[in-house]
Design a binder for this molecule. Structure first.
Ligand code: NAD
Ligand code: DAU
Length: 354
C-alpha cells in the first residue's frame, strides 16, 4: 500500500481518486481535516475497502510511527501542507508548523521505519515530497522558465515554509540515504479546488453576483496545469523517478490573471448566462495587491518529458471547461464548503480531536 498525506485536500483527493480508479493497490490517507480538508471530496470512496482514512496530524510522531508499523507502506506521497499564500501572510505560524515541522516529523518517522525493513523493501521504498514552483521566487518577463537547478528565492511565508521543507527532504536523502524524490509544480486547477484560490473563487463569486477581485493590475503570470495531469506526473515519478532527483511539473501554459478571469467569465456566459444578459466580466474589480506578490512563474517541464515521458494531457481550454462544468454540477459541494457545514460534520463524526 501507499501512504498519502493531505489526501482530503484539493490535489491529494484528486490523487487518491485517480489512484484507486486505475490501481488496486490500497491507499492509506492521513489528513488532519483542517478547513481545507474535506471528506466530501472522498465520498465516492466511502465503501471502498482499498481506501483507509485516518484523521490525524503529520506532526504527531507517535501516530505516524504506528501507521507505518501497522500498514507497512512501500511509499509515502506527502501532500499535506497549509497551501494558501494569502493565509500565510495573515498567519504564518501554522505554515511553519505543518509545512516544516510536519515534513520533519514524516522524514524522521520514515527514516526509523526504513531502518527496520529488509534490504529489498528498503531499496524499493520512496518518499515523494510534493513542492511548488513558488520556492524559486519571481521571474522577470523575459527570463527562461524555472528548470530544476534554479536558485531558491521564496518571497511569501508560504513559499519560505515550502522551501524549508524541500531542504529538509533533500538533506535527509544526502545525509541518511532516505530515497526521496521532490517535485515542483505550477498552479493547479480542477475539481475540489477550495474557493479561496483564484479560479474557484471567480466561479463561485460570479455565480453569486459578487465582485471578482483582481489583485493590483492583474498582469501577474502563472503557469496553469489541470490537477489530473499533476497526479499523473507524480505517479510517473513514483514509478520511475530516481532517489535524490527533483522534477519540475508545469502546463506550458502561462497566462495573466486577467486572461484567466476573462476566460472563466466567457465560459460562464455560455454555460450559465446571467439572467440580465450582462457579461460576468462586468463583475471584475481591481483590489489592493497582495504584499510581496510574485510577478511571474513558469516551469520548464522538459526533464519530466525526457526522463519520464510525461506531458500534460489536458489543454487549458479543455481543462478549464471541465472545471467550470464540474462547479456548475456541484453546487452543493460549494454550498457546504462555504457554509462550514462539512466542518460541523467532521466534529460530529470524529469529535474535536486532534
Ligand atoms: P489544500 O490546502 O487543498 O490541502 C491540504 C490538505 O492537507 C488538507 O486536506 C489539509 O487538511 C491537510 N493538512 C494540512 N495540515 C496538515 C497536518 N498538519 N497534518 C495532516 N494533514 C494536514 O492543498 P493543495 O492545493 O491540495 O496542495 C497540496 C500540496 O501540493 C501542498 O503541499 C502544496 O504546497 C502543493 N502544491 C499545490 C499547488 C496548487 O496549485 N494547489 C501547486 C504546487 C504544489
Ligand atoms: O504556483 C503554485 C502555487 O499556486 C501553489 O504552491 C499554492 O499552494 C497555490 O495556492 C497557488 O498559489 P497562488 O498564490 O499562485 O494561487 P492563488 O489562486 O491564490 O492566486 C493566483 C493568482 O491570482 C495570484 O497571482 C494572486 C491572484 N489572485 C488571487 C486571489 C485569491 C487575485 O488576483 N485575486 C484573488 O482573489
Amino acid at each position: 500500500m501507499i501512504l498519502v498525506t493531505g489526501g482530503a485536500g484539493f490535489i491529494g483527493a484528486n490523487f487518491a481518486l485517480d489512484w484507486l480508479s486505475i490501481s488496486d493497490e490500497p491507499l492509506l490517507n492521513l489528513d488532519k481535516l483542517t478547513y481545507a480538508g474535506n471528506m466530501e471530496n472522498l465520498a465516492s470512496l466511502t465503501d471502498d475497502p482499498r481506501h483507509h482514512f485516518v484523521r490525524g496530524d503529520i506532526c504527531d510522531r507517535a501516530l505516524v510511527d504506528s501507521l507505518l508499523a501497522t500498514h507497512q507502506p512501500r511509499a509515502i506521497i506527502h501532500f499535506a501542507a497549509e497551501s494558501h499564500v494569502d493565509r500565510s501572510i495573515h498567519g504564518p505560524g501554522e505554515f511553519l508548523r505543518s509545512n516544516v515541522e510536519g515534513t520533519f516529523t514524516l522524514l524522521e518517522a520514515a527514516r526509523a521505519y526504513l531502518a527496520g525493513l529488509d534490504a529489498g523493501a528498503r531499496a524499493a521504498f520512496r518518499f515523494h515530497h510534493v513542492s511548488t514552483d513558488e520556492v524559486y521566487g519571481s521571474l522577470a518577463p523575459d527570463a527562461a522558465p524555472f528548470a530544476e537547478g534554479h536558485p531558491y528565492a521564496p518571497n511569501s511565508p508560504y513559499s519560505a515554509s515550502k522551501a524549508a521543507s524541500d531542504h529538509l527532504a533533500r538533506a535527509w536523502h544526502k545525509t541518511y540515504g532516505l530515497p526521496v524524490t521532490i517535485s515542483h509544480c505550477s498552479n493547479n486547477y480542477g475539481p475540489f479546488h477550495f474557493p479561496e484560490k483564484l479560479i474557484p473563487l471567480v466561479i463561485v463569486n460570479a455565480l453569486a453576483g459578487k465582485a471578482l477581485p483582481i489583485y493590483g493590475d492583474g498582469l501577474q503570470v502563472r503557469d496553469w496545469l489541470y490537477v489530473g495531469d499533476h497526479c499523473a506526473a507524480i505517479r510517473r515519478i513514483l514509478a520511475d523517478g530516481k532517489p535524490g532527483e527533483t522534477y519540475n511539473i508545469g502546463g506550458w501554459n502561462e497566462m495573466s490573471n486577467l486572461e484567466i478571469v476573462r476566460q472563466v467569465c466567457a465560459l460562464l456566459d455560455t454555460l450559465r448566462p446571467r439572467s440580465d444578459g450582462q457579461p460576468y466580466a462586468s463583475q471584475m474589480a481591481h483590489v489592493t495587491d497582495r504584499p510581496g506578490h510574485d510577478r511571474r512563474y513558469a516551469i520548464d517541464a522538459r526533464k519530466m518529458e525526457r526522463e519520464l515521458g510525461w506531458r500534460p494531457a489536458e489543454t487549458f481550454a479543455s481543462g478549464i471547461e471541465r472545471t467550470v462544468r464540474w462547479y456548475l454540477a456541484h453546487e452543493d459541494w460549494v454550498k457546504n464548503v462555504q457554509s462550514g457545514a462539512y466542518q460541523a460534520w467532521v466534529t460530529k463524526h470524529y469529535g474535536d480531536k486532534p
